[in-house]
Design a protein around this ligand. Structure first.
Ligand SMILES: NC(=O)C1=CN([C@@H]2O[C@H](COP(=O)(O)OP(=O)(O)OC[C@H]3O[C@@H](n4cnc5c(N)ncnc54)[C@H](OP(=O)(O)O)[C@@H]3O)[C@@H](O)[C@H]2O)C=CC1
Ligand SMILES: Nc1nc(=O)c2c([nH]1)NC[C@@H]1CN(c3ccc(C(=O)N[C@@H](CCC(=O)O)C(=O)O)cc3)C=[N+]21
Length: 284
């Protein structure tokens, strides 16, 4: 069997078209504040693509590029200003932060109604309880993709490899919210294959190039490759996922890297920004 490829672009386009429609009926143009500290090249490039996509769908966007030497207090002061600014609908603090800035106080400092990443503990709790308004972008985008391609979730066995706060854990919570039977695997899982071979839906977010091999994939499973790994091949830079290319011979469906989940992360951020604008507008 050869897996059906599940590209992100048509899913992102459909999602962004709905976002643009919601933007048009808002009383006020939504505004997304993108905050980045330091000059990590990946962060610079991600923030740039989020900024560009926002403008494409009619969302105003402002980038706050702070120097590496920014103190925790300075960052918190900026967040307080953005929280208080009624023109700002959504706030995103690009992760990772430099080592001298503690993450938790920063995530706590974002107004939960403007928390378009869904990383504030209030939104995390709402998500696990099954009724969040603002869900983390990568897993929410993955659910959009499964729905777009007509892949059933309810009643299915799902496995998530990786338990990070930005991908693995929220993915597991959201699959559970959609009535899948979910297992979470991580670096201390004793027999990874025993877990992954049971999965009809297999989400891989490990951060190791070509980590997931075909021998541990259930034939016909839908495999979602979240990994973004920059590697050198013959002196050239290349982006590969966490899933080995030979998985295409076993899986029923497979998302490409690049051109898969990453596009949905950005599109879902736009959807969350409009949701935040609606929440802030309703609050008056
Ligand atoms: N496409 C997109 O939109 C996005 C892509 N990414 C990409 O996804 C990947 C994962 O990101 P992120 O979740 O932030 O990564 P983290 O490094 O935060 O987490 C990696 C997870 O993988 C687990 N892990 C590591 N080694 C193994 C192993 N041998 N067997 C099983 N599990 C293992 C770790 O387990 P433990 O907890 O035990 O250490 C950890 O839970 C990266 O490549 C990242 O670049 C991330 C965000 C968005
Ligand atoms: N607060 C916060 N929120 C995030 O959502 C967040 C973050 N921090 N830190 C880093 C991760 C990573 N991430 C991606 C965004 C876009 C692509 C993306 O557009 N990928 C394209 C292009 C490939 C590439 O250049 O990466 C693709 O997969 O085709 C990938 C990954 C968001 N993250």
């Amino acid at each position: 069997m050869t897996a059906r490829l599940l590209p992100g672009a048509p899913v992102a386009d459909a999602l962004l078209a709905r976002v643009a429609g919601r933007v048009r009926v808002l009383a006020q143009v939504p505004r997304l504040a993108l905050v980045r500290v330091g000059d990590d090249p990946a962060s610079v490039s991600y923030v740039r693509s989020k900024d560009k996509k926002a403008r494409e769908v009619g969302i105003d966007s402002e980038v706050h590029a702070l120097p590496e030497t920014t103190t925790q207090a300075e960052l918190l002061a900026l967040l307080a200003r953005l929280n208080a600014d009624p023109a700002v609908s959504g706030i995103l603090v690009q992760l990772p932060l430099p080592a001298h800035i503690a993450e938790e106080p920063v995530l706590l400092a974002v107004d939960p109604a403007k928390d378009v990443d869904g990383f504030h503990p209030f939104n995390v709790a709402q998500m696990w309880a099954g009724h969040a308004r603002l869900n983390p972008c990568t897993p929410a985008g993955i659910l959009e993709l499964l729905d777009f391609y007509g892949i059933p979730v309810a009643g299915q066995r799902a496995a998530v490899v990786g338990r990070s706060e930005i991908v693995g854990r929220p993915m597991a919570a959201m699959l559970l919210g959609r009535d899948a039977t979910v297992t979470i695997a991580h670096s201390r899982t004793a027999d990874l294959g025993a877990v992954t071979r049971e999965a009809d839906i297999l989400v891989v977010a490990v951060g190791r190039p070509q980590f997931l091999t075909p021998d541990i994939v259930k034939p016909g499973a839908t495999v979602i490759d979240v990994g973004i790994n920059r590697i050198e091949v013959g002196g050239k830079g290349k982006i590969v996922g966490d899933v080995h290319p030979d998985v295409v011979q076993v899986a029923g469906g497979l998302t490409p890297v690049p051109g898969g989940v990453g596009l949905l992360t950005v599109a879902q951020l736009m959807a969350n920004t409009v949701t935040a604008a609606e929440l802030v507008q309703a609050r008056g």
